[in-house]
Ligand binder design. Structure first.
Ligand SMILES: [Zn+2]
Length: 62
C-alpha cells in the first residue's frame, strides 16, 4: 500500500527548521542528503516513512 517515495524527516539543531528528503534522492544529494536547506547544518534524524498529507510543517528539499 505504498504509492510514493519514502521520506526521511529531520529537524535542524541550529535554526530549528523542519525538513524532509525523499530517499530516492540519496544518490542525487550524496553527502548533502539530510542537511538543513536554510543553514546547511546536518539535520537531526526524526523518522522515515511514506509521504503523509500532514507533513506540511516539513519543507521538502528537492
Ligand atoms: Zn538550519
Amino acid at each position: 500500500m505504498s504509492w510514493g517515495p519514502c521520506m526521511m524527516y529531520y529537524h535542524c539543531p541550529n535554526c530549528g527548521k523542519k525538513f524532509s528528503y525523499a530517499t530516492d534522492l540519496i544518490p542525487e544529494f550524496g553527502g548533502d542528503f539530510g542537511k538543513c536547506p536554510v543553514c546547511h547544518t546536518d539535520g537531526v534524524y526524526e523518522k522515515e516513512g511514506a509521504r503523509t498529507l500532514d507533513d506540511a510543517e516539513y519543507a521538502e528539499v528537492e
